[in-house]
Write a protein that binds this ligand. Sequence first.
Ligand SMILES: [Zn+2]
Length: 343
Amino acid sequence: MADWLVLRALRGNAKQLDLSGKKLRRVPKAVGRLFELNRLQLKNNQLNDLPTELQALNNLTELNLGNNSFKELPEVLKYLRQLKKLHLFSNKLETLSPSVLECLANLVFLNLNNNKLTTLPEEIHSLTQLKYLTLNNNQLESIPSKLCRLQKLCELCLAYNTLQSLPHNIGYLTNLKKLVLSRNQIQVLPEELCMLRNLKVLDVAGNQLHIFPSKLLELKLEEFYCEQNPLLEKNLILSTQQNEVLTLQEITARYIMNERKDVSFNDTLKYYPEARKILGHASLCAVCKQSFLNTWLECVSFVDLKKKIGITSPVQVVPVRALLCSYKCFNEADHEFYGIAVP
Ligand SMILES: [Zn+2]
């Protein structure tokens, strides 16, 4: 049956060939003579390798190898330089060969759902044209920070893995529109996540999150899923705190940072790159809006997503991190920041 389909395709100089669900253990070598082929469907078979003859398919842009028995990326992919779409879902991949990845520079779409991947090689950054990367239902404990160099990435799906954290340079994925991290073990989302100004969909349901980054509301989200996390709850206990004593470094830093608003002072600071670097780590107090450096109070505000950013979410009020410069600000009346009680 498969041979007959290949024969017919050869006669007609076919651009597409569908050999899905033919119980194939091997791909007929004659497929390598279909030089005009754009699209090759081989899903739902029993394949674990591809014949080297396929390297002649210079026009192939889409290859579907889903639901087979591949344990590694077939070597012949190295020669398919025109490939844009590659489906490898529901296989037995444990690793991705770096030398094959490096040759897939034109890939736009890569589906690796339902495999056994435990790590991703750093060479994933070779896929510079990649827009869609989906890795749901693998065994990934982390993702390499070099993945964040994929500047064109629009969609990144990592649901049902065992991720504990995200790399801090996640903020470099400036074109990301959809980020799915549901059903992992993430405890903290990095503040840099809020640099993803094109992000529309964020799914962090079913993780270990207690609180969200302070700039969460700066994201222009249209959909947000965060149910099934051990989020902080609003159980109020009244407390007033004694003012703390600041270190000399902190007092100096705060003095300098408030002076910085003065232009001539900023000019002087140019000659002290080390000092500038230190001051670059400063944050703003959520109450008085003044700068501070190392001493702060971690607080929480409870944000109604519907009221604040107009989205409906299964969890309507979420805890968002806020930093305050001092107990003096904390003790001020009329603000909505709460201290976090350690049980
Ligand atoms: Zn303050």
